[in-house]
Design a protein around this ligand. Sequence first.
Ligand code: GLA
Length: 692
Amino acid sequence: MERRCWSVEAGIAVLLLLAGCSAPAPSAGVADPQATAALAPGGGVRPRLKPADLVGFRSLPAYSEPAWVSQDFVAKGRLPPLRDRLPKQPLVVAAGAMPDGIGVHGDALRQVTGGRPEGWNTSAGQSQGWGGVDIGTLECLTRTGPLFLVRSDALQPLPNLARRWTWSPDGHQLTMDLVEGARWSDGHPFTSDDVMFFWTDNVLDPQVSPLGGAGPDSFGAGTTLEALGPYTIRWTFRQAFPEDVLYQMAYGKFCPGPAHVLRPQHPRHNPRNSYADYRNAFPAARVNFPVMGAWVATEYRPDDIIIFRRNPYYWKVDAAGQQLPYFDELQYRLLGWNDRDIQVIAGTSDLANVEVPGNYVEVLRQAAKPGAPFRIAFGPRGAAYAVLMNLSGNGWGEPDARGQQVRRLNRTLAFRQAVSLAMDRQALATTLVKGPFVLPYAGGILPDTPFYDAAATVQWGHDAARARALLDDAGIIDSDGSGMRNFPGGGPDIEIVLTASPDTATDRSLAEGVQIFAREIGLRIILRFVGGTQRDAAGASGQFDWLLSRNNTTELITVVQGSDALAPMGPYTHAFHRAGPGGRLDLLPYERDMVAAVAAFQDSRDPAVRRAAMARYQRLSTANANSIGLVRFPGALIVNRRIANVPPATPIFMFNWAEDAIMRERLFVPRARQGGAELRPRTLPGCFDCRS
Ligand code: GLA
């Protein structure tokens, strides 16, 4: 039988052929081709759905759950009947949009992460080690991951904890109804109290920074929120119809934690506790922490595994009334990031985002082998690296004298342009992987995405001679004959620290490449590798000259989501330009223009106006070398063949990471292929903090 490999990229197709695969079907996807009519024929995805085709809220005549839950828990009085655990109108995941149809309960979804959990208090900023661990437990007011399936004229976030919303006629108020009767995984009711605690004591509290970075400006400056009742909240905005805030209310800016558990530890409600006590009150070992998500962490063994079991109070069902998730267990083995790919290739893990280009050829080769346990699908080139120069000239991150001189250079157009011209992007691409995967990236909006406008994009080719001339003309010269350029005005040799992550080969080799190409035009770069949360902290506090960044935010891909991040819209919102200690932003003239372009985009509901605003933004951003784009490349989702309902050609990162986009709560293994993977069969989460 003809073996198929999946790809949406003609260039990659060549490599697939070299790797021994048959010609890939254009725009064929990852799922076995049982896609419904809503999905494109042949399995490819042309976004065709409306949000209502994916999810809705209604009561169904009957509900069911795995038989062992009814037998071992409900029948024995250890758990209320399912109907009493579900909302009156649960969220119903539509059958029509399930690529392989309605599923069956059982089995374990096996994943790997390279990160490590700090603890469960996401509201106070603790990370669970990424890799989709938090996405499995958190639920947010709205949801955006699956929007890659939604057609552009119907694009708006999916309802989630907020089941519906209405705008006031003047567009300044947004009233949201919360899902009524939903419960945390410990059975405690979810209400507007949880939402208000998250807002008041976490988002607005200057001493707390929730995971995902929500702050007072994240939903627009001056925005307020109030509860009108247990299931109704009302936002008030300065701007009229700021519809983009609905995207902010998805992962990871508005995913409330359990107020009944968190509040007693918060310093405002518990004078004995410091803010550090609050943040650290729920270490990873305190399992069974109440969540609204599909799975609850029930066991944690450091550097080994986190086991999650199904949340018996999960408030989502399928169209047949079966409570979701289909998987009874979720496992995260705690290994390295590279192991994610290796374990799926070996058949010992079910799902991974292949995002390290150095692995691509090998993964394709393995995918082409007869009996390979996994399928592979490449998505658009949504991954991109850039150097972000710290553009604050008035003290953000408290630079010393050298740092301040670097900031002055960063704020000089000719300097940024010279650095951009110095980068041999083709060579950088080749060091990551040979072949057509990795392409040069000019900075700004990504070419494979809907708002990209080629005519508005200034490409920076490699031209070291021109770069040198630009620096000479700007007075950035080698004034002491050392061979390296000096800070203007007879200062010492320029030294710039590039902060980068040591966690993947991609980051390391790009950082080294930047160092080499900068040296060719007389600039000395010192590499500072700091991993995980430390690197995030350096970025958020402004303690960097230059930052090597993988686009971990979605704005350059979707534009509609996180449009605030496109330019310094508020004093504390932007990745590489925030206000100094005086609270003032010292915007450069082109940054002001970018802010105006983004505001014009946000203020209009007219698609033509919005497109034009984004073209203006793109021209400003690329002509001014606002960031130094380096390379861009596609990611691939690899999925064990036993897993059903993975939407075809899911991008590993678009509105959110694939772990959200594929809607893991509706993945399943057909009955005949189930068995053996669960580590704790027939168990449910224990009670949180029981001392017995
Ligand atoms: C990390 C990984 C991504 C994705 C996210 C999800 O950033 O690199 O592939 O899994 O975590 O949180």
